[in-house]
Design a protein around this ligand. Structure first.
Ligand code: ADP
Ligand code: AMP
Length: 214
């Protein structure tokens, strides 16, 4: 099962992708997580990506596409995967389709987690990310049982720099300009499925599993 998660920043793609990955035992591949781990480890890629991420901009396609297509060639991706945060531009989607076609493969589903901008700004100010393992919480909707520490690894939770309100507004503008066109792109390919992302997390998850189990 090869799945792409679509939706605005903060729509709940990562939250759902982790649950789907666990249920169907497929890898969860998040380009945001890959960039953040490169930043943490001080790599060249991390340094370059940070310049864009801090401004709420997309990391250029030439730094992003090979990273993902190489990852998809690894053994654990043979049974499928769930892509979270990639593709984010039409050229990325075309590069992905090209890389899959070379292997005689194609995507099964593009799932759009639909949440209006007003809800997004509120959600992002409550998101907390673990500085150790990258796990994500929400102060109201999904608080850590350990308060300001991560339930998984015990490291401190922080508000991501790019989740501050001024950067969130920029990221939403970038989303509408560059990423939203993917909804029509995948609709045209007949694989788009839309779920109402304003529902509680479990209800969104049930809606997605219904789609995947048809
Ligand atoms: P994305 O990966 O799309 O950027 P996340 O999965 O990190 O979004 O979710 C953004 C924030 O909203 C997180 O703090 C998460 O805990 C919270 N969240 C996710 N899904 C829901 C939901 N259905 N209702 C309320 N809050 C949610
Ligand atoms: P995310 O964790 O998915 O919200 O991504 C955080 C940031 O990483 C984004 O705001 C972008 O700056 C960058 N990023 C993640 N995925 C991509 C991608 N596919 N293309 C370009 N930039 C990306």
């Amino acid at each position: 099962m090869k799945i792409v998660m679509l939706g605005a920043p903060g729509a709940g793609k990562g939250t759902q992708a982790k649950m789907i990955a666990e249920k169907y035992q497929i890898p969860h591949i998040s380009t945001g997580d890959i960039f953040r781990s490169n930043i943490k480890n001080g790599t060249e890629l991390g340094k370059k990506a940070k310049e864009y991420m801090d401004q709420g901009l997309l990391v250029p396609d030439e730094l992003t596409v090979d990273l993902v297509t190489d990852r998809l060639g690894q053994d654990d991706c043979r049974k499928g995967y769930i892509l979270d945060g990639f593709p984010r531009t039409i050229p990325q989607a075309e590069a992905l389709a090209g890389a899959l076609a070379k292997r005689g493969e194609k995507l099964d589903y593009a799932i759009d987690v639909d949440v209006p901008d007003e809800n997004i700004v509120k959600r992002m100010s409550g998101r907390r990310a673990c500085t150790g393992c990258g796990a994500t919480y929400h102060v109201v909707h999904n608080p850590s049982k350990k308060g300001d520490l991560c339930e998984v690894c015990g490291e401190p939770l922080v508000l991501r720099d790019d989740d501050k309100p001024e950067t969130v507004q920029k990221r939403l503008t970038v989303y509408h300009d560059q990423t939203q066109p993917l909804i029509d792109y995948y609709k045209g390919q007949g694989i788009l499925k839309t779920v109402d992302g304003t529902q509680p997390m479990d209800a969104v998850f049930t809606a997605i599993t219904r789609i995947l189990e048809v």
